[in-house]
Design a protein around this ligand. Structure first.
Ligand SMILES: [Zn+2]
Length: 159
């Protein structure tokens, strides 16, 4: 099912882990309106502004899949309001910064470990908070999230 010029429903449901563990990760109809907002308000305009494909690494997660990947209990992925995305030849830092500096009505954008950018739409009826965050993996495998508009370029720091 086509959601916009460049996005289809399938790419938000596909998960290697779900396939391997026999988890049905299809998006329930009741959450489709959320996905449509995410695509029409954020991902398609982002794709248009970049002029190149925005790849979805992780989109919707049903409750079981979210548990199995140890996602946060209130993850917007379970509401079909968030996607982890990447763009070829663009660092996670630059992609996150591009979104942060745009006029897009995002609820939050997170540079996650310098690996992908988490883009989240607001809950239906809520104003976009436009929070910009950076998630770091700590040595003990916990995650620390720094908030505010201060982005840390993990890849440049590692060089
Ligand atoms: Zn995410």
């Amino acid at each position: 099912m086509k959601l916009s010029k460049h996005f289809v429903r399938d790419e938000f449901e596909i998960s290697d882990l779900a396939v391997r563990r026999g988890i049905d990760n299809r998006i329930p109809d009741i959450k489709l309106a959320n996905l449509e907002c995410l695509v029409k308000d954020l991902l398609q305009p982002l794709r248009d502004s970049l002029g190149q494909p925005v790849m979805v690494a992780s989109g919707y997660r049903c409750a079981r899949l979210n548990r199995e990947i140890a996602g946060s209990r209130n993850s917007a992925h379970t509401l079909a309001l968030a996607a982890d995305v990447w763009v070829a030849n663009l660092s996670t830092f630059d992609l996150t910064e591009h979104v942060a500096k745009s006029e897009l009505p995002f609820d939050c954008v997170v540079n996650e470990f310098g690996c992908w950018t988490h883009i989240q739409a607001p809950l239906p009826g809520h104003a976009p908070r436009r929070n910009v965050m950076t998630a770091h993996k700590l040595a003990n495998n916990h995650t620390r999230v720094s908030d505010g508009n201060r982005l840390v370029d993990e890849s440049r720091r590692l060089v």
